[in-house]
Design a protein. Structure first.
Length: 302
């Protein structure tokens, strides 16, 4: 396979037909150009040029090979452009994985604060409660994860940062019958149609404990939720009528509460979230470090 140097030598000599002129364009000596041409002919397995004083034209095989060489050069140029774009973006793009509870509570304020100091920051946010974040971090698929990681075993190359625990809230349309009685027990709440993001095993265990940890509690949790989606825009749309209760964070429902169509339900006992941020240990790209610093500020420990 031709190297970049031998390919360039072939194309320049084919264009000029003159060793001295081609060597001048390449910025090499005549001897170096001659060596590159010999290497190219050895690599392709046939002569490419007639060696004549003052005129080194292509052989028949060289003429047939020229379009191949030109295509190879075009592909190399395209590859170089793509690599340059990746290099240019690598320091400014942060790939974020997060659970559904965190976009408005942590990701949004962190990004807004980071943009004030790093205007060229670009973020790609993947929201899912079904991710395998540690594996994704280790494989380089994401740069930062923000979600429920409290039950993740410690790993040497992953840095964890814990956020202050906050209570999960539940919301329903203002006409929902649960608003007639407060506080509402969790047993009463989960007796109504319930919608939420994916409830992984740790969330299910926490809800079962809050319901008393009995066999009946475990069976009740197995039937939850009636509607499951990691898209909170969709979940909030279910609050247009009195059918569903939706679990989330206060920020999730702020606009609907302000509009007066939805109210939060006071529950007893409360269920708290356990949210961490995670990234690979050691220094990272500037944009990743900038966003991590803003997340750290939200913990109140920076």
């Amino acid at each position: 396979m031709l190297t970049e140097k031998t390919l360039s030598a072939v194309l320049h000599l084919a264009e000029t037909g003159n060793f001295q002129e081609a060597a001048k364009r390449l910025g090499v000596s005549n001897a170096s150009l001659s060596r590159y041409i010999s290497m190219a002919e050895e690599q392709v397995g046939f002569p490419l040029f007639h060696r004549k004083r003052g005129n080194s034209g292509l052989t028949r095989e060289g003429q047939e090979f020229l379009p191949v060489a030109q295509k190879l050069q075009a592909d190399l140029d395209k590859c170089a452009d793509q690599i340059a774009r990746i290099r240019a973006n690598s320091g400014q793009l942060v790939r974020i994985g997060c659970g559904p509870l965190t976009p408005r509570t942590l990701i949004q304020p962190a990004i807004q604060a980071a943009l004030q100091k790093t205007p060229d920051l670009r973020c790609r946010v993947d929201v899912s409660a079904r991710q395998t974040p540690i594996e994704m971090l280790e494989q380089g698929k994401i740069d930062i994860y923000v979600g429920d990681l409290t039950h993740t075993p410690e790993t040497e190359n992953i840095k964890l940062m814990m956020f202050e625990k906050r209570a999960v809230v539940f919301a329903a349309h203002v006409s929902h019958p649960l608003h007639r009685k407060e506080p509402v027990t969790l047993n009463e709440l989960f007796s109504h149609p319930f919608a939420s993001p994916h409830l992984h095993k740790h969330w299910r265990a926490a809800i079962a404990r809050a319901l008393g940890g009995t066999v009946d509690a475990i069976e009740k949790v197995k039937s939850l939720p009636q509607v499951e989606s990691d898209d909170y825009s969709f979940l909030c749309s279910l609050l247009s009528g009195p059918e569903f209760v939706v679990g989330g964070m206060p920020e999730t429902f702020r606009e609907l509460v302000t509009q007066g169509s939805v109210s939060l339900i006071e529950t007893s006992p409360q269920i708290t979230w356990n949210i961490c941020a995670a990234r690979k240990s050691g220094p990272g790209q500037p944009a990743t470090d900038a966003l991590w610093k803003q997340l750290e500020a939200l913990t109140g420990k920076s």
